[in-house]
Design a protein around this ligand. Sequence first.
Ligand code: GLU
Length: 389
Amino acid sequence: MNQLSQALQRIAASRTTAMTDRAFELRAAGRDVISLSVGEPDFPTPPHVVAAAKAALDAGDTKYTAVMGTAALRAAAALHFARDLGIVVAPEQIIVSAGGKQAIFLALAATLDPGDEVLIPSPWWVSYPQIVRYAGGEVIDLPTSAATGFRIGAGQLEAAITPRTRWLLLNSPGNPTGATYPAHELAALGEVLRRHPQVMVLSDDIYAPLRYTAGAHASLAAVCPDLADRTLTVSGVSKSHAMTGFRIGVSAGPAWLVAAMGKLQSHASGNPCSISQAAAVAAFTGPQEFLKEWCERFRARRDRVLSAIEAIPGLSAPVPDGAFYCMIDAAPLMARFGDDEALALHLLEHGVAVVAASAFGGRDGFRISFAADEAILDEALRRIAKAVV
Ligand code: GLU
């Protein structure tokens, strides 16, 4: 008997993690598959972070912590928000969760009622619309294209807001397009938001340290401090410090909202892993210089991938300004393959796991992660070229 809730039936499983699981399975069965499907840095976790995790274990730091996160990590996260994002918050306005994904889930589940509208620029990260639907909200798609750098504008935002609009989800640098909002564009969005006090903003800044354009990162709550009391800024260590498996996200927002998220977390999972929290303290408070070198490597890989893509007939890709994904347009190949999911499966057969653009609310293409070793990227692109000739 199917006893699934209506909420569960409104959503589909994550297509990024599903494709990655499929690549794991195929590899376990002896197939030679390169996975460019999941977004995680291939660099090893920095040694000082690993040492902090080991020290935590040795010190017996293996018990419950406060549900909202340890005092040490909330203080370290406050330092991170001020230093890296320009957002000054007290530790009491911060919640630590099991990855940024859990924070987004908690925030939306804690605030949405049936019929509430959530504005999401597309292409979007796979989990945003699914979490909104699970929480009972209605997804309002704000489509973007390469022509606008995959960013929304003030007019588009104004036209989409209704009295039922509860949230705007912003992601800069964005997954899957790498779209990165400059401060003046955030200021223009802020002007619109000031006229609509019912709209909160979830600013997902998880890729902030991974940018390939000059200048400082711009985050909404820093650009428009008067909107900070209705902005939740989500960050973490997964992408910046190659700590995806540690599952630590940190979010800063109004005290009432983080307290509500904590209430839900107290029943859903309790505190995030104690060892991971100790490691995240080291990540935020330790040396950050390695990030410059990582960004240089990512930028070189991005350029390597883009030139290889341009050389493959039928494929093209805009230049991503941040994060480590290329959203590849394969429209000219659709007549041959049917749709982008069929193309992704075809590429999997040829030994490369990618994620179809439709998983992100896009179409006729696929996303690859270029957070992989140069030799692996070269081989993956050779396989892709061979698969589509
Ligand atoms: N955020 C990463 C991605 O888009 C990790 C997988 C996931 O949680 O979606 O690939």
